[in-house]
Write a protein that binds this ligand. Structure first.
Ligand code: NDP
Length: 254
């Protein structure tokens, strides 16, 4: 369907070398986009780019630590140099350190804010002039159930995920006139490296998630291909500033 066709579009997916990011990258690639996989682990990123090429897409791996402003700005410039444009930015890279609020150090707080939130600000800020000059673009930010709820072990993480929703809303309002849509995806509990340790270490978490998720299962990275294509494509041109749960019903369970 033409409204979901991404042929000729260029996407950057931070953290696109694994988990939810790779699930989204696969969807974008299958819809025809060229995809830049941006992560720290060069080997994982090269492997992911190879996988996207095998799906028939153009792909590249560019090494970046999203905590580094200069590296984020170079990622945007390097993508323009190699692909000529950027239509889609997926701010997906993220980490979590699980502790009780009183146990965090300021360095841990800053690491999470820098990785999960400041990176999305810097990359969106750097991509804006290019998207504006091109006549539009799509920014997809990744929130969480912790954008909505509180958990005792996710203080700084929740702050980043609540913050990213509000940042996306402000950018959506500011940049609507430039035909740039900014939306958030709020994943439920998804089986990735990020949650595997939590699942092992937090007693009862696995069962609590299953019990509360109407779909009756943990999510899979493949569950994010469709929402990525939708939010990156002309099908969502009148949709901006939203925060869409992709959670098997977790957030509406009464
Ligand atoms: P993974 O741990 O599987 O993937 C995280 C990705 O982020 C990796 O590709 C990693 O690449 C990248 N990354 C982390 N730090 C940096 C950094 N400093 N610079 C560049 N890249 C970095 O996690 P998920 O796929 O689960 O998480 C993806 C997003 O989804 C995150 O924002 C997370 O908060 C969010 N989310 C996940 C949920 C879940 O249940 N899994 C639920 C709600 C939200 P590399 O190691 O190469 O740097």
């Amino acid at each position: 369907m033409k409204m979901f066709d991404l042929t000729g579009r260029v996407a950057i997916v931070t953290g696109g070398n694994g988990g939810i990011g790779l699930g989204m990258a696969r969807g974008l690639a299958q819809a025809g986009a060229s995809v830049v996989v941006a992560g720290r682990n060069a080997e994982k990123s090269a492997q992911a780019a190879g996988e996207l090429e095998a799906l028939g897409a153009k792909a590249a791996a560019i090494a970046v630590d999203v905590r580094d402003e200069g590296a984020c700005r170079r990622l945007i410039e390097e993508t323009i140099r190699r692909f000529g444009r950027i239509d889609i930015l997926v701010n997906n890279a993220g980490i979590n350190i699980r502790k009780q609020p009183q146990e965090y150090s300021l360095d841990e707080w800053r690491e999470m804010i820098d990785t999960n939130l400041t990176s999305a600000f810097v990359l969106s800020n750097a991509v804006y002039p290019h998207m504006k000059a091109q006549g539009g673009g799509k920014i997809i930010d990744i929130g969480s159930m912790m954008s909505i709820f509180g958990a005792s072990f996710t203080g700084p993480y929740g702050a980043t995920k609540g913050g990213i929703v509000q940042m996306a809303r402000a950018m959506a309002v500011a940049w609507a006139k430039d035909n740039i849509q900014v939306n958030c995806v709020l994943p439920g509990w998804i089986d990735t490296e990020l949650t595997r340790t939590g699942r092992q270490n937090i007693e009862g978490l696995h069962e609590r998630v299953l019990g509360r998720t109407p779909a009756g299962r943990w999510g899979d990275p493949a569950d994010f291909a469709g929402i990525a294509v939708f939010l990156a494509s002309p099908a969502s041109d009148f949709l901006t500033g939203t925060a869409i749960p992709v959670d098997g019903g977790y957030s509406v369970q009464g």
